[in-house]
Design a protein around this ligand. Structure first.
Ligand SMILES: *[C@@H]1O[C@H](CO)[C@@H](O)[C@H](O)[C@H]1NC(C)=O
Ligand SMILES: *[C@@H]1O[C@H](CO)[C@@H](O)[C@H](O)[C@H]1NC(C)=O
Length: 367
């Protein structure tokens, strides 16, 4: 709609382009514009000043608020309230990926988590129209089982996670992809120890059904810390080794990750960044110490990192690899694979690389 100029526009508060439309409408309009300018410009100046001051105050107060209320940080780290894709129907995974069924598992009293089970691509034809019982029995078909532990934000229906199901499903793995407590259609609230409980409950459930098939923990991003927490707990508390751990785009521990991710850049020079923000992670019970965990593990450990990862820099993945390698007795059990920048895989898209299954199978000595 063409603007008329004049006072009514002033009322609308849309003063940004009034100069142009004023010129097009002759003197009367211009005179009204002048009046408008005289009264608006000082106001605008004050408004901008107030805004800038407000932003500065927020910038300065956030680190102190975090120190005072460290649990605020859990919101930023877990991002489970960003439940994208927002209209996913978890009960109908077949809309996004074939040979997949949705199930729910109670991991502790009062906490039920949502899971998708994708069966190996070679069983796709058989899988059509099958019920939950068939899927459970399929777990014992000798194909390895991946327990997939996604990163923060979003749900198991996010595009790159669905791609993981497609890529590794087509390569004849079973995949159990869960939404931790507080994510997706799962109940409960996110906590680091709660995630471990969820993963171990799923491990037990799968182990009870998978016969002699191997079970892998595969973590991506935040999920890498969850994978090593779970593998370590399994080993230390029950003397059980998971068959392998794969860490995609990992960090060393959450403190070091937070010091390097882009979002904290604006605070790195802030006096007391370590004390106010980084130390608050531990005060909010967030550790995710993969670097400590891998020193304890003895299972095969594969670390994957893209050189163009813009979220968790690849040097953290390398550092984790070096920590593991120096701690492992059998050095052949630890491997680090980087993906060159030109592939453009970044932080989230390693599962889009068609080479991935072959690399993983080669590491696991499978054909
Ligand atoms: C499932 O498989 C069918 C037949 O191969 C294919 O046409 C369809 O696109 C697949 N669905 C999804 C969601 O990938
Ligand atoms: C598991 O392996 C053992 C020993 O190799 C074998 O006796 C048993 O039949 C296998 N079980 C299944 C379910 O394949």
């Amino acid at each position: 709609m063409r603007r008329r100029g004049g006072d009514r526009d002033g009322d609308s508060g849309d003063s940004g382009d009034s100069g142009d439309s004023g010129r097009a409408e002759g003197r009367a309009g211009a005179a009204r514009q002048q009046r408008g300018r005289r009264s608006w410009f000082p106001c605008l100046g004050t408004l901008l000043g107030t805004l800038l001051l407000g932003m500065l105050l927020i910038y300065i107060s956030v680190p102190f608020l975090i120190r005072l209320f460290p649990s605020m940080l859990t919101k930023f780290v877990y991002l489970n309230f960003l439940a994208f894709p927002f209209f996913a129907d978890f009960r109908r995974p077949e809309l996004l990926v074939n040979n997949t069924i949705s199930l729910h598992l109670t991991t502790e009293p009062g906490v039920t988590v949502g899971i998708w089970h994708t069966v190996p691509g070679s069983r796709a034809a058989e899988a059509r129209g099958q019920d939950r019982r068939w899927y459970e029995e399929a777990l014992a078909d000798a194909h390895p089982v991946i327990i997939y532990l996604h990163g923060n934000g979003g749900t198991r229906a996010a595009r790159h996670r669905v791609q993981f199901l497609k890529t590794m499903g087509a390569a004849d793995f079973h995949i159990l992809a869960l939404d931790y407590r507080g994510y997706g259609d799962s109940t409960g609230h996110p906590t680091e120890s709660g995630f471990t409980t969820d993963v171990l409950a799923l491990y037990d459930w799968a182990k009870a059904r998978s016969g002699n098939s191997s079970i892998l923990f595969w973590g991506h991003s935040l999920g890498t810390g969850i994978a090593t927490n779970a593998a370590r707990k399994l080993q230390e508390e029950r003397g059980v080794q998971v068959d392998a751990v794969v860490l995609e785009s990992p960090y060393t521990n959450i403190r070091e990750a937070a010091a390097h991710i882009p979002i904290t850049k604006i605070y790195r020079q802030f006096p007391g960044f370590g004390y106010l923000i980084l130390d608050s992670l531990a005060r909010a019970d967030m550790f995710f110490q993969s670097d400590e965990n891998v020193k304890v593990l003895a299972c095969p450990l594969l670390i994957l990192h893209a050189e163009d990862d813009g979220v968790v820099p690849p040097h953290l993945g390398r550092k984790l690899y070096e920590t593991a390698r120096s701690a492992y007795k059998d050095k052949n059990k630890v491997k680090f694979i980087t993906f060159p920048e030109k592939l453009g895989l970044g932080h989230d898209y390693i599962s889009f690389n068609p080479e991935l299954p072959a690399l993983v199978k080669d590491f696991l000595n499978m054909k």
